[in-house]
Design a protein around this ligand. Structure first.
Ligand code: NAD
Ligand code: SER
Length: 325
């Protein structure tokens, strides 16, 4: 089936942690009017520079109408319920994550869209897979409903690619650390909250144990990986919806030590809650050689570079009286 070039992009979940920054970058590259932001929630402040449609991704009719009216050829599907919220509301997580993606893939097939990109997650891994340097191809037995929906999403992307020729792509993000929008209910959220509390109060109570090592990534690398995969030549891709991507792994204690290199008096205490069990079901590091080989993935940030940049940005906002946007 012939596919065109990426020209007009719909970003679902655009008011979320990743969507907020991705829309800004995509508008820089493709032009403001060519990137349509959309979310169940109202438009994210700062993203008013282009079209926005408030909608529920479970509503296929409305999605079709938006795609047609804006002449969209590519959907970057960020709308989702993340791991911690998903364990509290598992049926909602299934409904939004699987129904929303299925609607998108069906519309891509019907309207012959150029591409659908839907992120997956390290949450696809669980019992039975190696926890260090977890390979691309391994057992996928997630312990959370979020992980179950992400495995289903990868399989749906692969199915629509194989069966219908839909160019469906996805990457397994690690926990994402960012300064512009707060995270939306995941297990790795501590790694963002800690920076806000370090700046605001000089102390933080972490909901994971100090030695819980997880794969993480700084937002500029997340945006870079996403756009690099979107723009990769389809002929070079042997995988579709399930690329491992990695940049760094750290524990809460190591993150606190990185913050202390800038704020020596920073204090951290630990009160693990239900999210500890979720974190323990995930790998501590992942092998991303397929992404490196197939589309040239390479991260820019390590722990210290990320901590320095986060603290500089949040400190400037705090001094301007606008730490929380
Ligand atoms: P987020 O929770 O910050 O944002 C998700 C957005 O989806 C929210 O703005 C929410 O309002 C919207 N949404 C929820 N239900 C909706 C519905 N029914 N219709 C339309 N919009 C709806 O999540 P995020 O961190 O920006 O994640 C984006 C994608 O990346 C998700 O697929 C997520 O699973 C994946 N991911 C994120 C991380 C991370 O650490 N942030 C890690 C791995 C994978
Ligand atoms: N950061 C995400 C979460 O914690 C992983 O997909 O849910």
């Amino acid at each position: 089936m012939p596919r065109g070039k990426i020209q007009r992009i719909l970003v679902t979940g655009s008011s979320g942690q990743i969507g907020t920054e991705l829309v800004v970058e995509l508008r820089e590259r493709y032009g403001s009017d060519n990137v349509i932001a959309s979310d169940l929630r109202p438009e994210q402040e700062g993203n008013e520079g282009g079209p926005f449609e408030q909608t529920d991704v479970r509503d296929a009719e409305r999605l079709r109408e938006i795609i047609r009216r804006h002449d969209v050829d590519t959907v970057v599907h960020m709308a989702a319920i993340l791991s911690a919220k998903g364990e509290r509301e598992p049926l909602l997580a299934w409904d939004v994550n699987v129904r929303g993606l299925l609607n998108t893939l069906e519309l891509a097939r019907e309207l012959k869209l150029t591409q659908v990109l839907c992120p997956s997650s390290i949450a696809v891994f669980g019992e039975g897979c190696p926890t260090e340097n977890t390979p691309q191809e391994t057992v996928l037995k997630p312990a959370t409903m979020y992980g179950v929906t992400k495995v289903a999403g990868e399989l749906l992307c692969d199915y629509y690619a194989r069966r219908f020729g839909v160019d469906a792509r996805g990457l397994r993000y690690p926990g994402i650390v960012s300064s512009e929008a707060l995270p939306g209910g995941g297990t790795t959220d501590y790694a963002v909250e800690i920076f806000y509390k370090a700046i605001e109060d000089g102390r933080y109570t972490c909901f994971l144990r100090e030695d819980t090592r997880l794969p993480m990534m700084y937002m500029p690398d997340c945006i870079k990986a996403t756009i690099q995969l979107m723009e990769a030549d389809a002929d070079g891709l042997r995988h579709h919806g399930d690329f491992n991507v990695a940049s760094m792994s750290f524990t809460p204690e190591e993150l606190a030590n990185a913050i202390r290199r800038h704020l020596p008096d920073f204090e951290i205490t630990y009160e693990p809650d239900y999210r500890q069990e979720i974190a323990e079901s995930w790998p501590s590091s992942i092998d991303d050689s397929a992404a490196r080989e197939e589309w040239g993935w390479e991260p820019n940030y390590d722990l210290d570079a990320m901590a320095a940049d986060m603290l500089e940005k949040l400190r400037a906002r705090h001094e301007a009286g606008a730490l929380y946007k």
